[in-house]
Design a protein around this ligand. Structure first.
Ligand SMILES: Nc1ncnc2c1ncn2[C@@H]1O[C@H](COP(=O)(O)OP(=O)(O)O)[C@@H](O)[C@H]1O
Ligand SMILES: [Mg+2]
Length: 255
């Protein structure tokens, strides 16, 4: 396994990727359910402006990792740090106030509310929040009055990401944006996330089943297998390691 600190590979132009003290640090994190750990000893870091992909087969522990960072699952061991501060004992709500925004698997969209109403949730009543959303996803402007239940899957996912971006997160956690979406749609959504991280300095931890698409916009990636870290490298080098990526899809351990 190569060093996890290699953030220097192919940052986007103008990106601050990999520079500066990390926003998020996990140190020997162990977490699970009903006292059975599903995540064991995970150490990783995400710096300002970096997009980091978390890769692994179904059941590897990716969602559990994001839920532990956002405070929905309590660690059994190890640390979650935000800007150097240990978050033990900090509630999920307080973590949101500190800038952790989590877009869960399943989007968190309310079918009965319009696009504009979604952008006014979370206490974001000022117009700048809407403008931030429309700036990143111009297509949403024309859909402002439409109920979310009538949007396509891709448009709903755009709205879910837009909602997250308007909150100007310090750390953005994205769990399987692509669930149920065609790859061509994912190809359009991911560059918006990349651009946002690079220009706003947000740290992004991205879980994505379309691993190759994720690694095209990510700076670095970590590969989980059965709750343990099996590799971490620059996105470029991970993309080139097709044996590792195939194993990560299948959930195999590497020899
Ligand atoms: N709420 C839960 N209660 C008990 N076990 C769970 C729960 N959620 C997930 N698990 C188990 O934890 C393991 C990791 O799940 P998860 O983090 O969702 O993996 P991934 O997101 O990588 O597919 C799986 O074995 C899964 O069955
Ligand atoms: Mg998951």
């Amino acid at each position: 396994m190569s060093a996890a600190t290699d953030g220097a590979s192919a940052p986007a132009p103008g990106a601050s990727g990999g520079v500066g003290a990390p926003i998020l640090e996990l140190e020997q994190l162990t977490a699970g359910y009903d006292r059975a750990p599903v995540l064991r000893g995970l150490t990783l870091a995400v710096a300002p402006g970096e997009v980091v992909a978390l890769i692994g087969a179904n059941g590897a522990g990716k969602t559990t990792t994001l839920r532990t960072i956002s405070g929905l699952v309590r660690p059994m061991g190890g640390l979650v740090r935000l800007d150097g501060d240990d978050l033990a004992g900090v509630s999920a709500t307080a973590r949101v106030r500190r800038g952790i925004v989590h877009v869960p698997q399943g989007r968190g969209i309310f079918f009965g509310l319009t696009v504009a109403e979604h952008l006014r949730l979370d206490g974001l009543r000022d117009r700048t929040a809407q403008e931030v959303a429309f700036e990143h996803f111009p297509a949403l402007r024309d859909l402002a009055g439409r109920r979310a239940g009538l949007l396509s899957g891709g448009e709903q996912q755009m709205l879910a990401i837009a909602r997250a971006l308007c909150r100007r997160p310090r750390l953005l956690l994205l769990d399987e944006l692509s669930l149920g979406l065609a790859p061509v749609i994912v190809e359009r959504l991911l560059p918006v996330v990349r651009e946002f991280a690079s220009t706003q300095g947000t740290a992004v931890l991205l879980v994505e089943q379309h691993v190759h698409l994720a690694l095209e916009i990510a700076d670095r990636g970590y590969v989980l297998s059965h709750g343990e870290l099996v590799a971490s490298d620059s996105a470029e080098r991970l993309r080139a390691d097709s044996a590792l990526l195939t194993a990560s899809y299948l959930g195999e351990r590497r020899a």
